[in-house]
Design a protein. Structure first.
Length: 82
């Protein structure tokens, strides 16, 4: 693998991991916004807010894990087993 391909591969991995951090941050925020909307719109109890935030955390953690698995698989496909 030449230097240009190696640089591109490293930038791609760094970008994917940077995106995973944004996914982790956006889950609870989206959960809060959706929960607050549902609470106000349908006059639900405050527990809907907690449930939606927890759901946002769980979904964002699963998505971040999927992104990290993709990074690991793409790194192994290039012949790097370290």
């Amino acid at each position: 693998m030449n230097q240009k391909e190696e640089t591109y591969r490293r930038i791609k991995i760094a970008g994917m991991l940077f995106f995973a951090a944004f996914v982790l941050a956006s889950g609870p925020i989206a959960g809060y916004l959706i929960g607050a909307y549902l609470k106000d719109k349908f006059a639900l109890s405050a527990s809907i807010l907690s449930i939606s935030i927890i759901a946002g955390i769980l979904v964002s953690a699963l998505e971040a894990a999927r992104i990290i698995r993709l990074v690991i698989m793409s790194d192994k496909r290039k012949g790097r087993t370290s």
